[in-house]
Design a protein around this ligand. Structure first.
Ligand code: ATP
Length: 243
C-alpha cells in the first residue's frame, strides 16, 4: 500500500527565527512516482527537504516514513530509515575518484558484495560515470557531477530520494538527459519502491517527467495535481511557475 510505504508530510511548519519558511505543508511522495515540488525563490522548497531529513526542526506537523513517525528524529537516523537527501550544489570530493565518491554513499556496515552490486547498478544507470570511474571528480562536467551525487545517494539503497534543484546551472540538453535517467530509475522494476521528491525552479522540465506536482508559495501549498494538469493550467503557470 503506497500510503504506508512512501513519505507523508502532514501540516509541517518551520521557521528561522521570526521568518516562517513553511506553514502547514501537506505533501506525499509515493513509491514508483516522481513528485515535483515547485515554486519561486523563497517559497520554502529547500526548507521542506531539510525539515524532512532532520536538518531543520519543525515547529509543527509530522513526517511519516512508511507510516512511521520520524518527526524530530536525528538526521542520521532518518538517513538510516531510508531517506537520501541530495542538497543543492553538487558537492563532491574533487580529490577522490568517481568510484571513491560513490563508495562514500554506501552505508557503514554494508557488505563488500552488496556495495559492488550497487556500484554496478549505478554504472549501468549512468554510463558516463562508468567510463570515468577511475578519474578524479574535479575532471567531471556539471552534469556528470549531478549524476555522481545522485548515484552516491542511491548507494545507500534509499526508499525516498530528496533532490534539491538538480537542474541548476545545467544546459537544457543535460537537464533533459538527467531527468530522463531519473524517470528510467523510477520506472525500473528495481526502482518500484523508490519515492522521489524533486524540488525544482525549472518547473517546465520537472513537470515533463513528474507524475504529481505540488506548488509552494510563501511556505504554503497553493496547488497539488497531476503533473499534466499543472502544466496545462495557464493561470497557475503564469502566477507561480514562471513559464
Ligand atoms: P531557493 O530556491 O532560494 O532555495 P526555496 O523555495 O528553497 O528557495 P527556502 O530556501 O526554503 O526557499 O526559504 C524559505 C524562506 O526561509 C525564505 O524566506 C528564506 O529567506 C528563508 N530562509 C531560508 N534559509 C534561511 C536561514 N538559514 N536563515 C534565515 N532565513 C532563511
Amino acid at each position: 500500500d503506497a500510503r504506508t510505504t512512501g513519505l507523508e508530510v502532514v501540516g509541517l511548519s518551520a521557521s528561522y527565527g521570526p521568518v516562517t519558511a513553511l506553514d502547514g505543508v501537506d505533501v506525499s511522495a509515493e513509491p514508483g512516482r516522481i513528485t515535483a515540488v515547485l515554486g519561486a525563490n523563497g517559497a520554502g522548497k529547500t526548507t521542506l527537504l531539510r525539515t524532512i531529513s532532520g536538518l531543520v526542526r519543525p515547529t509543527a506537523g509530522k513526517v511519516l516514513l512508511g507510516g512511521r513517525d520520524v518527526t524530530r528524529a536525528p538526521a542520521e537516523m532518518i538517513a538510516r530509515a531510508g531517506v537520501a537527501h541530495v542538497p543543492e550544489g553538487r558537492g563532491v570530493i574533487t580529490e577522490l575518484t568517481v568510484e571513491e565518491n560513490l563508495r562514500l554513499g554506501a552505508l557503514l556496515g554494508s557488505s563488500r558484495k552488496r556495495t559492488r552490486q550497487q556500484l554496478d547498478d549505478i554504472y549501468t544507470m549512468f554510463p558516463p560515470l562508468a567510463e570515468r570511474r577511475g578519474r578524479h571528480a574535479h575532471t567531471l562536467s556539471g552534469g556528470e557531477r549531478q549524476m555522481l551525487v545522485i548515484g552516491r545517494a542511491l548507494l545507500s539503497g534509499p526508499d525516498v530520494l530528496l533532490l534539491d534543484e538538480p537542474s541548476l546551472g545545467l544546459a537544457p540538453r543535460i537537464v533533459a538527459q538527467i531527468f530522463g535517467l531519473l524517470r528510467e530509475l523510477v520506472d525500473d522494476t528495481a526502482g518500484e519502491r523508490l519515492s522521489v521528491l524533486l524540488v525544482e525552479q525549472n518547473a517546465r522540465s520537472a513537470l515533463s517527467i513528474a507524475d504529481v506536482g505540488v506548488v509552494l508559495n510563501l511556505g504554503r501549498v497553493v496547488a497539488v495535481d497531476s503533473a499534466a494538469a499543472l502544466a496545462a493550467d495557464d493561470g497557475l503557470r503564469h502566477a507561480y511557475l514562471g513559464f
